[in-house]
Ligand binder design. Structure first.
Ligand SMILES: *Cc1c(COP(=O)(O)O)cnc(C)c1O
Length: 450
């Protein structure tokens, strides 16, 4: 099922300890520490399951990426993809770093406002927009990144009805080359719902001009979890050809060119991270060379990483309640389930699982690590080689900081767990666990059932 390629896995492999260390995880006297904090203490203090987030690592990932982009081309903005992690503290951390934001819904824009982020830092890349979505965006001076030519007319009318001046507009372009860790996360290609195809771009931008828009940007986002810079290479080459065609044919001076997100992370042990040098070469350097050649300076370069910035900064701590040997297989049953982290069930994704406390036993065994949800797909990992496990032990599920909490659900009427932030060796509760009453609070009973 997984179609991710690992071309950069061999011949260089990272040492396992080094790989853990790159996620700010290490064992000290047999205990797993994250950001210098004892994970067993966290599990005992707050209960399990729980999402634990490392503030420092979020800052570090942002800063690394920013520095790399700055080294090539100064007019760049990194828009954090809010759908990866929309916790207000996470948004505030990135805001304080100077990040920009990419929102896929008005709810995410609302969360950004609550985190004190201002309109001009936000791009709204929705799809299948309603008129209410447009109204919210226009009222709040949010740049809309359109997904269909048909939406222009409706958006235009919203501007006119609200008496707002039409200024900057952008379209998501589908370069017909996609990539990603799973077919659901490949977001370009002719039979994919996103963006406008090459043969419609001229029409889209000339119509936008007819409707009265004055400034223009372009956008692509070709997929998610990409570790092979070749995938970015092909997409960005095609994309820039389209952008140049537009600029030439319609004599447009673009305000920005947005390359989307999709930067992958090393989920598997020893896997090496995305080669940022290569990424820079095929994306920002190519962009810079081109705009210099055609004398098109002052264009902003944008990217929209989500996973790259927050995924590795969070783990889920979970407690084993049941060790079950059914005669064929050993199961380690934990208190987190696909309600807590759906990626393994939904995409067949790999998340590494480790013990929070090593025991003195040498022997390892193969376990299926499973959750408590009443579905057989509630599996975090099959045949995982782990030290002998016991009921009551704590496990850590790694790389849960992107598409973890944001894709969680209260399925099986299980309240969502709390979120804790680690900073400077201290822990802060940044979201309380939900209660049973939270789950029921919106329900109303009609009179005849009272
Ligand atoms: C999901 C998404 C992103 C972020 O993707 P990552 O793989 O997390 O980097 C960026 N831009 C758009 C438009 C998206 O839909």
């Amino acid at each position: 099922m997984e179609i991710i390629k690992f071309p950069n896995l061999l011949p260089i492999m990272m040492d396992y300890e080094e790989w853990l260390k790159s996620k700010d995880l290490e064992y000290r006297e047999g205990i797993l520490y994250m950001a210098g904090v004892n994970t067993v203490d966290i599990a005992e203090k707050y209960g399990t399951p729980i999402y634990v987030i490392n503030e420092d690592l979020i800052r570090k990932r942002y800063k690394t990426l920013k520095k790399e982009l700055d080294s090539v081309y100064k007019n760049n903005q990194i828009h954090f993809a809010v759908k990866a992690n929309s916790n207000l503290s996470v948004l505030k951390i990135l805001k304080s770093q100077g990040a920009y934001f990419d929102c896929s819904s008005t709810g995410e824009i609302y969360a950004c406002f609550k985190a004190g982020i201002s309109s001009e830092k936000i791009i709204y890349t929705g799809n299948m927009f309603t008129n209410e979505d447009f109204k919210f965006a226009v009222e709040n001076d949010i740049l809309v990144n359109l997904d269909s030519i048909s939406q222009l007319k409706r958006l235009s009318k919203v501007y006119e009805d609200l008496g707002k001046e039409k200024n900057l507009i952008s379209f998501r372009i589908n370069p017909e080359f996609g990539a990603g860790h799973h077919s659901h996360t490949i977001t370009a290609g002719k039979d994919i719902k996103f963006g406008i195809l090459d043969n419609q771009v001229i029409e889209a931008y000339s119509k936008a001009r007819e409707y009265g828009f004055k400034k223009f940007g372009t956008h692509i986002h070709v997929g998610s979890g990409i570790l092979d810079p070749n995938d970015f290479d092909k997409a960005s080459e095609k994309y820039l050809t389209i952008v140049m065609k537009l600029a030439d044919t319609l004599d447009i001076k673009f305000d920005f060119v947005d390359f989307g997100g999709g930067l992958g992370i090393p989920y598997r042990p020893k896997e090496v991270p995305l080669d940022l040098e290569e990424y820079k070469k095929v994306v920002i350097k190519r962009f810079k060379d081109l705009i210099e050649k055609v004398d098109m300076d002052q264009v902003d370069f944008k990217i929209e990483p989500g996973r790259y910035i927050t995924a590795e900064a969070s783990i889920i701590l979970t407690q084993i309640n049941t060790i079950k040997d059914n005669g064929y297989k050993l199961f380690a049953g934990v208190d987190a389930g696909f309600n807590t982290l759906i990626r393994p069930t939904m995409y067949g994704s790999y998340h590494h699982i480790i013990v929070c406390k090593k025991n003195s036993k040498e022997k390892t065994q193969k376990y299926d690590v499973v959750g408590p949800i009443c579905e057989s797909g509630d599996v975090f990992g099959k045949d995982r080689e782990l030290p002998e496990l016991f009921e009551g032990d704590y496990l850590a599920i790694l790389d849960a900081g992107a598409y973890g909490f944001t894709m969680s659900s209260p399925y099986n009427s299980r309240p969502r767990p709390a979120e804790v932030l680690l900073n400077d060796q201290k822990s802060y509760l940044i979201r309380k666990a939900e209660t049973f009453d939270d789950l029921l609070s919106h329900q109303e009973i009609p009179d005849h059932l009272k």
